[in-house]
Design a protein around this ligand. Structure first.
Ligand code: GTP
Ligand code: MG
Length: 322
């Protein structure tokens, strides 16, 4: 069994001062759930390496996305949203995000600009909490005010940007839109000088450190998030069990949706199997686009009783630090 290489990364180089040595390092993307961390990761990398949904707590793992320029390389580390975690899975997610802070050369701390205008006090209070974690780690930090495409009158942002800027000695406060890419270029100029002198950390055509198996499972989970409501998305996990390349070029992917309760199985499958079919179809198309292969997806549902409440269940389904 082999897996295809990652697709080729865009190589438009950011200008660098003459004679400056090659630089490479890590930038951690952190913030509350749903602020657009994974959308920004994809925008920066130029490919959809992380799944994104309108629901909070979509990202459960650390996902590295790589961007290679002529004389520097940056490894962006997407993390789960930092929140008041109560369940075992959520505590695991938050610890993972906080653990990333100390390992990075630079932190991008994201807030939702549209929320900032609508509910400034709430956003300031919850940002202060995340800022405390960043300050404890001691890593230099850029504050990113995302989703500014949702704020028609940019002047409305100004007093709030100033208030946020007082929370911490940020390197800069950068308003941008991860969705449209507006304002993203400014990040490159701020980031390069903060990275250490180093040869590239990954091959120059790599887009992510994650395998196609992992990305396949995530693409299926993304479709489940889109099609399930209330608590159910948080009770499912997906594994890729096998990846087989046939001689005619077709790739057969075997994957399983794990549900925490017997009663959830029928909901996932849907009437006449319709929901599972729709999930499989959409995930297969996304995977075909990304891998540039023809895919046959064999998708099953299995009950892994209370997997999300038990350490052993989490580990079994891939949620461990390794
Ligand atoms: N309008 C607009 N929407 C955005 C922007 N960035 C992200 N979104 C939307 O916000 C929602 C959440 O985006 P994600 O990238 O999944 O957010 P996240 O911070 O990774 O969320 P978690 O993984 O749950 O912590 C999605 O519906 C995105 O399409 C933006 O710049 N503008
Ligand atoms: Mg995310």
């Amino acid at each position: 069994m082999t897996e295809p290489d990652d697709t080729t990364a865009p190589t438009d180089a950011a200008p660098a001062p003459d004679g400056d040595p090659h630089r490479a390092g890590f930038v951690a993307l952190v913030g509350r759930p749903n602020v657009g961390k994974s959308t920004l990761l994809n925008q920066l990398v130029g490919e959809r390496v992380a799944i994104t949904t309108p629901k909070p707590q979509t990202t459960r793992d650390r996902i590295r996305g790589i961007r290679t320029f002529d004389d520097w390389q940056v490894v962006y580390v997407d993390t789960p949203g930092i929140h008041e975690a109560s369940t075992l899975l959520n505590r695991y997610m938050v610890e993972l995000a906080i653990g990333t802070l100390g390992d990075a050369d630079l932190v991008y701390l994201l807030v939702d600009g549209a929320h900032l205008v609508a509910k400034p006090e709430a956003v300031l209070a919850e940002t202060a909490d995340v800022v405390g974690r960043v300050a404890a780690a001691g890593t230099p930090c850029v504050l990113i005010v995302n989703k500014v495409d949702k704020v028609p009158d940019k002047g409305q942002l100004l007093p709030h940007l100033a208030a946020l800027g007082e929370l911490h000695p940020f390197i800069a406060v950068v308003p941008l839109s991860a969705r449209t890419g507006d304002g993203v270029d400014r990040l490159h100029a701020l980031t390069r000088p903060r990275l250490p002198e180093s040869p590239p950390l990954f091959p120059e055509d790599s887009l992510t450190d994650r395998s196609m198996r992992f990305l396949a499972a995530e693409m299926i989970r993304e479709q489940l998030f889109h099609r399930l409501s209330q608590e159910l998305p948080y009770q499912v996990a997906v594994t890729t069990d096998a990846w087989e390349e046939r001689e005619d070029g077709l790739v057969v992917v075997y994957a399983t949706v794990h549900v925490a309760r017997d009663g959830h199985k029928g909901i996932i499958i849907g009437k006449g199997g319709e929901r599972l079919k729709a999930v499989g179809r959409a995930a297969r198309l996304a995977l075909e686009r990304f891998s540039e292969r023809r895919i046959f997806l064999d998708l099953r549902v299995r009950v892994e009783e209370r997997w999300n409440e038990r350490a052993i269940g989490l580990k079994k389904l891939g949620y461990d630090e390794s």
